[in-house]
Design a protein. Structure first.
Lengths: 112, 114
């Protein structure tokens, strides 16, 4: 699986969009970009994933650059409950049944 | 609530002892994963079972073992415990059907070795 690079921490004002970047310059053509988050020692929670097209769900949007070497997770209206560690993970995953390799992630603090 | 349950929530034991952590996956999920989260190592994959068979192995120590039973629940056995085994242990499950690509994590078991 390709390696990812994320900033160790970010702050965001409540109600504003939180944009979390991830670099994955060695990504292969068949690797997906996944985002998970972990709120204070709870189990990690799936947010979104994508291959090359931008994706949106009820939690977030995922923007992947055309060369797929980087991506941005967007939380459109951050709330205090979005304070968490966000993990960007790149992996080959044809069946959804492969382990996740977590890096250090980005600690997002949403400030009132 | 992810639908994955883990017991116990907390476990305090002494060095040299053996413990068993239990995980019940979401209904119908065939894959179960175990992860360890310690302060210095972060979240690390330990082992995966799929429908009763070991599927993948990560950084799991020889003192640790796991199994998945016919009813799909899984147990992680940790023996000859050391202080460094103190960590949060998470279980996750995933489905092999359709386009389900996310893993659902349980609330974890916090193990403290004294």
């Amino acid at each position: 699986d390709a390696k990812t690079t994320q900033p160790p921490s970010m702050d965001c004002a409540e109600g504003r969009a939180a944009n979390l970047p991830c670099n994955h310059s060695t990504i292969s053509g068949n690797e997906y970009v996944y985002w998970y988050r972990q709120i204070h020692s709870q189990g990690p929670q799936y947010i979104i994933h994508g291959l090359k097209n931008n994706e949106t769900n009820e939690m977030a949007s995922l923007i992947i650059t055309e060369d797929r070497k980087s991506s941005t997770l967007i939380l459109p209206h951050a709330t205090l409950r979005d304070t968490a560690v966000y993990y960007c993970i790149v992996r080959v995953d044809y069946s959804g049944n492969t382990p996740l390799v977590f890096g250090k992630g980005t600690r997002l603090s949403v400030i009132a | 609530d992810s639908g994955v349950t883990q017991t116990p929530k907390h476990l305090i034991t002494a060095t040299g002892q053996r413990v068993t952590l239990r995980c019940s996956p979401r209904s119908g999920d065939l894959s179960v994963y175990w992860y360890q989260q310690s302060l210095d190592q972060g979240l690390q994959f330990l082992i995966q079972y799929y429908n009763g068979e070991e599927r993948a192995k990560g950084n799991i120590l020889e003192r640790f073992s796991a199994q998945q039973f016919p009813d799909l629940h899984s147990e992680l056995n940790l023996s000859s415990l050391e202080l460094g085994d103190s960590a949060l242990y998470f279980c996750a499950s995933s489905s092999s059907a359709g386009n389900y690509r996310e893993q659902y994590f349980g609330p974890g078991t916090r193990l403290t070795v004294t």
